[in-house]
Design a protein around this ligand. Structure first.
Ligand SMILES: Nc1nc2c(ncn2[C@@H]2O[C@H](COP(=O)(O)OP(=O)(O)OP(=O)(O)O)[C@@H](O)[C@H]2O)c(=O)[nH]1
Ligand SMILES: [Mg+2]
Length: 345
């Protein structure tokens, strides 16, 4: 567990909750939040000089070991703040990369995370040979690439190329598998959506399976595929990594790779949570799917309706994966899309 102070410059309440959840998922404990409504960015430290002093006091009073900046900083801004506050400063991207490093299980997942980490670090190493050694051993710094962080740029470049090659091999194998599956004509459904909306819970309910479901951001990293039957037809369901707003560019590639199956699925369930800002969640997911060129028919599933405080728009399919409400209806909608509607296209 690492105690942290958060610097918040985005003043939406939900954003702060999300950041705190990210910190918890990375094994951090929030000891305080320093907020600044940044009207003019201070080039050296992003936030103003007085605010940096306020962060320093918060660090000293709480004994926090790290500062989490809820956004992006340039490498020199990171170092300048860190010099004043006396502890390492990590960005939201470091935090997300860290959670991914912790969760990566499959060999592909590990390659993807290491690649994303190295791609993030590489341009930041210029003329800053010493900067990484300042990161210490807290959150935001671990991962498959950790031991290699102190080697030089050339070594990192070489490692990136070699990881890219391994990944290309994995992708080629998967493509063959997908082509074989397409030939066997098994219909497929992908569960995609914002993180923590209940995708894994829904997969488990539909397929009577037991993939990890947990109240934590990015509980799922590697995709899992299971079978289920609807009206006696065998259908493949794939659970996928969750999306998040402002995903680091370095991780977008990793997402795109683990989402290959979603890209080729006949039907995509875009899952959001009725207890959160579901309009934003649907939109964030749609944005990624559009960018990836996913062509499957999209069904918008509003999960956790048991928790809904307001009346949810009718245009979504309302369900509760937890208590089973709406699941039968959802299955029939999926069936219609796969076996009836698409025949007419
Ligand atoms: N109240 C309620 N909770 C639910 C429902 N569905 C899932 N949950 C809970 O929401 C939390 C997240 O569920 P997951 O299935 O792990 O969510 P996910 O979308 O797979 O999350 P990531 O893999 O982290 O992106 C768990 O604590 C579930 O028990 C639901 O319909 N109602
Ligand atoms: Mg999951």
């Amino acid at each position: 567990m690492t105690d942290v102070i958060v610097i918040e410059t985005n003043l939406e309440e939900e954003r702060l909750y999300e950041t705190i959840a990210l910190i918890e998922a990375a094994d951090g404990v929030v000891k305080g939040v320093v907020t600044q409504n940044v009207k003019v960015v201070t080039p050296a430290t992003y936030i103003g000089k007085g605010k940096v002093e306020e962060v320093k006091r918060a660090v000293e009073e709480t004994g926090a070991e790290e500062v989490v900046f809820d956004g992006e900083l340039t490498p020199s801004q990171t170092l300048n703040i860190s010099d004043v506050v006396g502890v390492p400063v990590i960005t939201r991207t470091n935090l997300i990369l860290d959670i991914f490093a912790k969760r990566a299980n499959s060999s592909e997942g590990k390659i993807l995370v290491e690649l994303a980490q190295l791609r993030y670090i590489y341009p930041r190493l210029k003329g800053r040979g010493d900067s990484l050694s300042r990161l210490g051993g807290g959150i935001g710094t671990r991962g498959p690439g950790e031991t290699k962080l102190e080697t030089d740029r050339r070594h990192i470049k070489g490692r990136i190329l070699s990881l890219e090659k391994s990944l290309a091999d994995i992708e080629k194998r998967r493509k063959l598998y997908d082509e074989r599956r397409a030939k066997n004509a098994v219909k497929s459904v992908a569960l995609v959506g914002y993180t923590n909306t209940g995708k894994s819970t829904l997969l488990n309910k539909i397929c009577k399976s037991d993939v990890l479901e947990k109240d934590m951001l990015f509980a799922t990293l590697d995709p899992s595929t299971r079978y289920a039957r609807i009206n006696d037809e065998k259908i493949l369901f794939t659970d996928t990594v969750g999306f998040i707003k402002d995903l680091p560019a370095e991780l977008e590639k990793a997402f795109a790779s683990t989402l290959e199956q979603a890209k080729n699925a006949d039907v995509i369930l875009n899952v959001a949570s009725a207890s959160a800002d579901f309009t934003l969640q649907f939109a964030v997911t749609d944005g990624f799917l559009d960018k990836m060129g996913a062509y499957g028919k999209r069904i918008y599933v509003l999960n956790k309706c048991d928790l809904a405080e307001q009346i949810c728009p009718e245009k979504y399919v309302h369900i509760s994966a937890k208590n089973g409400d709406g699941l039968e209806k959802l299955k029939q909608i999926i069936f219609t899309e796969l076996f009836l509607a698409q025949q007419n296209n």
